[in-house]
Design a protein around this ligand. Structure first.
Ligand code: KIV
Length: 271
């Protein structure tokens, strides 16, 4: 029997047990009530209300512009759609970087106003005091290392991170620091699979990879990418499970033609 199937509600403890049992964690992003309801009924372990909402929901080029109020709107919509999975919400850019008191206040606001179960923030050593303070307040924290999109203007590109020793060593150190500070999981984004394997084996908490290979304890994808809503984004790590862009286009064209040809509505579709 899998750990996932045994539980009525997925908690941070469930994820820990899954790592120990060698059962992979499946996480997807979602930003609204209807998709959250589908993903939860399908049995997803974790929904991440990612600040990627800035890209895929609002059409911004980066994750930087999304506001606290917008994240709260998305997260509370998701929470109304779920019964079973764990919901994690990204702290948006600017809501935690300045100091640990501000970080704690932002985390408390997200938890109070959305009903979410945990928060995620990006970075290692730089955010350790904030992680400690948030965890001390009883709020579970998911870390995020490797390609951290809120720092895109520092990196300059969305290329694979931590290929060189210096950055890989910092990532190894940061992962240990985040674990010690109390994080319950760490997202590893776009780093070499061999490094993700080593980090995953050296941590007791689970890692969740995106573009970080097969050895992470779980995987996450952005829903618009895996459902093929956004077909322009085709990185090597992405597996597209549906072509919703094509299917939606066809459905809409069919509808337009039915309306224009007076085929819709028919006699049974009216009062
Ligand atoms: O915002 C997001 O969708 C994320 C995932 C890519 C991990 O942080």
């Amino acid at each position: 029997m899998s750990v996932n199937k045994e539980v009525k509600k997925i908690t941070t403890n469930t994820l820990q047990k899954m790592k120990v049992a060698g059962e992979k964690i499946a996480m997807l992003t979602a930003y609204d009530f209807s998709f959250a309801k589908i993903f939860d009924s399908a049995g997803i372990d974790v929904i991440l209300v990612g600040d990627s909402a800035s890209n895929v929901m609002a059409g911004h080029e980066t994750t930087l512009p999304i506001t606290m109020e917008q994240m709260i709107y998305h997260a509370s919509s998701v929470i109304r759609g779920i019964n079973r999975c764990l919901v994690v919400v990204d702290l948006p850019f600017g809501s935690y970087q300045s100091n640990s008191d501000i970080a704690l206040a932002s985390a408390i606001r997200i938890m109070k106003e959305t009903g979410a179960h945990a928060i995620k923030l990006e970075g290692g050593e730089e955010v350790i005091e904030s992680v400690k303070k948030i965890v001390s307040a009883g709020i579970p924290v998911m870390g995020h290392l490797g390609l951290t999109p809120q720092s895109i203007y520092k990196f300059g590109t969305y290329n694979v991170r931590a290929k060189e020793d210096e950055e890989a060593n910092k990532l190894r150190r940061d992962a240990k620091l985040l674990q010690k500070a109390g994080c319950f999981t760490i997202v590893l984004e776009k780093i070499p699979a061999s490094l993700a394997k080593e980090v995953s084996e050296n941590l007791t908490i689970p890692t969740i990879g995106i573009g970080a290979g097969m050895y992470c304890d779980g995987q996450v994808l952005v829903m618009h990418d895996m459902l093929g809503i956004n077909t322009e984004f085709k990185p090597r790590f992405l597996r597209q499970y549906l072509n919703l862009h094509e299917q939606t286009t066809k459905a809409v064209q069919h509808y337009i033609s039915d309306v224009k040809n007076k085929d819709f509505p028919n006699e049974n579709e009216q009062y």
